[in-house]
Every structure is written in structure tokens, then in C-alpha cells.
Design a protein around this ligand. Structure first.
Ligand SMILES: *Cc1c(COP(=O)(O)O)cnc(C)c1O
Length: 412
């Protein structure tokens, strides 16, 4: 269990070799976790173990290595099933990342199910990955996209959402936790309300699955996506959760090996779920390593991670208040995520990030793949510090102290 006590955090940090290094002569302070998380030894070991002992293609061979590779690959899927409380392994489709998972739904459900005049509801805070696929679908089908805006507190505007819903709404696709605002959207209510109108709901859970206990049955969503690399897993692997009955009725996304049952020269039949959506040789080692990441997170406990990050968030925001000239985006209240995107007049976000890097502090600058949201704020980008369970209160202090020094140096 993570606590403020030194021992347990030291123990956790010792699992992340990468954190124990200096950058420009200063201890690394890694605060870019919303872009990608670091990977514990257990995850790295699982990749090495797989290639040293079990490497073979999955689902194809009768030989021992292939059987072991297949078992490990499918076992990792079972871990994901339990981690998000899906009903069965038929509901978990591996993808390269969350982006590919959203595109899968857009291409195999959206292009086939939507027609001119149908409506899609997104929000202005969506990541580009949850905007572009729907723009493509809209341009090909004539479907119309409507956007939920923000409240004064820069959160999901519930009344506006309710006013946009109608019998024409076919799809609602909304981020659970915004990677820029840090607000936690009321996904259970969003789903329930959409279902009253017969619309389907996709939840972009990239910033929630790594940080909180997630129960897809409780949320009630039709699809949910996440990326492995933001939850201690490797790049190249993510997943789509979908309700079995919905996945059954969806067209395949990519065609090729693995996704078929029978192939003739003039036709084919699809394989069973979830393989129907996993054409070609998958990222086997990465999937197994994602399973190891799920084990690692589960051992610490997602509720413990959530509670500790809440303390980190409170400390971060208490200290940010010492710098009144900062324009911090998103709600300033309990329950928000432990990340903060901000700007300061007279200093470019990328300059802040570059100067902090000289002090060993890794924060992000740019549009964080939310250009429309930044445009709404009249900004081309922002600086962003984002935390994870291996960060310490001391690292927040180092970040704030150095940020203050930077602003003082520039006289802003
Ligand atoms: C990171 C992120 C994505 C995209 O994830 P990829 O791993 O790049 O596919 C989508 N939505 C949100 C909210 C994210 O934070």
C-alpha cells in the first residue's frame, strides 16, 4: 500500500530503474505520465522471459512453444477481463493502442451503422484520437457531430449534454478523465442518459484505467478503450472492451490471418470473438507484458493508487496556488486527476518545459492532442505536469520551486 511513509514509496520506486538517474546533473523528476508511464521491472522481465523461453506464434501451432505462447497471451487477456470487470474474454479485443481501438469502432460500427442525419455527440475536450475517427465517419456517412462544451468551472457541461440528446443521437463518445483539464466526467450518468435515447456509448478511458478502479459493468458503456503504455505496460498494445452482443454484430475491421474461420477463393467466414478483430500476428510479448502490468497495479491496489494520487493532487494544487499568475485549466476541486495543464502570460509553454528539463524535471508542453480545447482557451498550447503513483510529494515541491525560479528569472 502506498503511503506518505518513505519506505513503501522507496520500495515502489526501486521497481522503476529508469527513475533512478540524473538528467543534467539533477535527479530525474518524471512528470509526464499522461503521455506515457514508466514500466516496472516485472513488466520488463516478462518481455525478456517470453522471448527467452516461450516465443512462437499464437493460435497456430501444435508444438509446445506455440501452446505456451498462446496460453500466456490468452492468460493476459483474462487479467484484463478481471481488471475492468468485463463479462468474458470475448469482450476484450487487443489493439495497438487506444487510437486503434477507437478507429476499430469507427470503421466497423460507425461506417456501417450510421447514415445521413444521424447524430454523434462528442465533447470539446476530446483527444484527437476521439475526434478524427468520427470526423472521417461523418464525412463518409453524412452523420452530424455535436459537441458538449464546458461549464464555468471548465468541466463537462451536463445540461448542454442533455439538451443535445435526441432520438437522432446514435453515438456518444466521451473521455472519462480529460488529459488536459483533469476533470473526471460522470460516465455512469452519461451512459444511462444516452441509453434512454437508444444511443450507444464509447468511453475513452486512457487516463482513468491507469489511475482508478474501473468496472465496465457499473459504467454500463457499450465500448471502452485504453492504452497499455499509460498503465505501466509497453507501447504497441492497448485494448477495446465491447459488449459481446454488440461486437458479435460488428463487421470485421482488418482482414487477414487469425480473424477467420473458413476461407474460400470467393468468400470467408469470420472467426469467433475476440479473434474476429485481431487480424494478423499480434503484439504477443506486449500483450503478455500488459498482463504483467495489470498484475503489478493490482498488487498495489487500484484503490490505493487512486487514494494516494488524490493526496498528490491536493498537494500539487495547494502549491500551484502559490503562483497566482498561472492560468491553470480545468476544475480546482477534490476528485480531479493528479495533472495540471497551465500557461503564464509572457512565457511560452515550451520554454518552461525546456528550462525545467535543465533541472531534471520532465513536463510536457504543446497541445496534448487537444487542439480544439486549447483554441477555446485562446492558447496554442500549454505546459502540463502529470503524476503517477511512483511520484513523491518532494518531487512536486521541486517542480513548484523550480517553476517559481523560472518565472522570477523571466520577470513574469
Ligand atoms: C493518450 C490518450 C489517447 C491516445 O492514446 P494512444 O496510446 O496514443 O492511442 C486518447 N485519449 C486520451 C484521453 C489520452 O490521454
Amino acid at each position: 500500500m502506498i503511503s506518505k511513509t518513505k519506505n513503501s514509496l522507496t520500495q515502489i520506486r526501486s521497481d522503476f530503474t529508469i527513475l533512478d538517474q540524473t538528467i543534467n546533473g539533477k535527479p530525474l523528476v518524471y512528470l509526464d505520465n499522461a503521455a506515457t508511464s514508466q514500466k516496472p521491472k516485472a513488466v520488463l522481465d516478462s518481455i525478456r522471459y517470453y522471448y527467452e523461453h516461450d516465443n512462437a506464434n499464437v493460435h497456430r501451432g501444435a508444438h509446445s512453444l506455440s501452446v505456451r505462447a498462446t496460453e500466456a497471451y490468452e492468460n493476459a487477456r483474462e487479467k484484463l477481463v478481471n481488471f475492468i470487470n468485463a463479462r468474458s474474454s470475448k469482450e476484450i479485443v487487443y489493439s495497438r493502442n487506444a487510437t486503434e481501438a477507437i478507429n476499430l469502432v469507427a470503421y466497423s460500427w460507425g461506417l456501417n451503422e450510421l447514415k445521413a442525419g444521424d447524430e454523434i455527440i462528442l465533447s470539446v475536450m476530446e483527444h484527437h484520437s476521439n475526434l478524427i475517427p468520427w470526423r472521417i465517419v461523418a464525412s463518409k456517412t453524412g452523420a452530424i457531430i455535436k459537441y458538449v462544451g464546458l461549464t464555468q468551472d471548465e468541466e463537462f457541461n451536463w445540461p448542454e449534454y442533455v439538451s443535445l440528446l435526441s432520438p437522432r443521437t446514435r453515438l456518444v463518445s466521451i473521455v472519462h478523465i480529460s488529459n488536459t483539464l483533469g476533470c473526471v466526467n460522470p460516465v455512469e450518468d452519461i451512459v444511462a442518459k444516452a441509453h434512454q435515447f437508444g444511443a450507444k456509448v464509447l468511453i475513452d478511458a486512457c487516463q482513468s484505467v491507469p489511475h482508478k478502479p474501473i468496472d465496465v459493468q457499473k459504467i454500463g458503456c457499450d465500448w471502452l478503450v485504453a492504452s497499455g503504455h499509460k498503465m505501466c505496460g509497453p507501447t504497441g498494445i492497448g485494448f477495446l472492451y465491447g459488449k459481446q452482443s454488440i461486437l458479435e454484430n460488428m463487421q470485421p475491421f482488418l482482414g487477414g490471418g487469425e480473424m477467420i474461420s473458413e476461407v474460400f477463393l470467393d468468400s470467408f467466414t469470420c472467426g469467433e470473438l475476440p479473434h474476429k478483430f485481431e487480424a494478423g500476428t499480434p503484439a504477443i510479448a506486449e500483450a503478455i507484458a500488459l498482463g504483467a502490468a495489470v498484475d503489478y497495479l493490482s498488487q498495489i491496489g487500484m484503490s490505493n493508487i487512486d487514494a494516494y494520487e488524490d493526496q498528490l493532487m491536493t498537494h500539487l494544487f495547494d502549491r500551484l496556488e502559490e503562483i497566482p499568475q498561472l492560468r491553470v485549466y480545468g476544475p480546482k476541486k477534490p476528485g480531479r486527476a493528479a495533472l495540471s495543464a497551465f500557461n503564464v502570460d509572457g512565457l511560452h509553454a515550451s520554454d518552461i518545459a525546456t528550462i525545467l528539463d535543465e533541472e531534471g524535471i520532465a513536463i510536457r508542453s504543446g497541445h496534448h492532442c487537444t487542439q480544439p480545447l486549447h483554441r477555446l482557451f485562446g492558447a496554442s498550447g500549454s505546459a502540463r505536469a502529470s503524476l503517477y503513483f511512483y511520484n513523491s510529494f518532494q518531487e512536486i515541491d521541486i517542480f513548484i520551486d523550480k517553476l517559481k525560479e523560472t518565472l522570477a528569472f523571466f520577470g513574469v
